[in-house]
Design a binder for this molecule. Sequence first.
Ligand code: AMP
Length: 143
Amino acid sequence: MTVERILAVKGRDVVTTQPHRTLLEVSNLLAEKGIGAVIVVDAGANILGILSERDVVHAIAHHGPVALGEAVSKFMTAKVATTTRASSIQTVMEQMTTGRFRHVPVTHHGRLEGVVSIGDLVKYRIAEIESEHEALRDYIAHA
Ligand code: AMP
């Protein structure tokens, strides 16, 4: 199964921000949208970085509340691991496990076209296990 399947269900909306936005503005955005990370893009929609709630916590822990007034570009991760629609869900799970992050942007020819989170993967896996379970029960009941 591929990433395409997840995007087809959850949609391709991606919450983005610009590098000059303050950490407070982006924290408000995370809270308002109920999400754990935003993709930082330039005016041409090219990916510059990713900022997750973990980065907000680190910024405040290391710099104090003054960090909230500073630009997200200072705290984002600039080297972003991405995936594509055609990648397998298993590969993305391994990417998250190895990289120790919970969000992976999906790109197509360098353009941002979705985000997959650990929550999406868990939801998908539970649905998959439930349907396998149901198929087995049907099989046993009719054997
Ligand atoms: P997360 O687990 O997604 O909240 O992120 C944990 C850390 O990894 C934070 O410092 C993020 O900026 C960073 N991070 C999140 N997603 C990615 C990604 N796809 N590529 C590289 N770093 C990431």
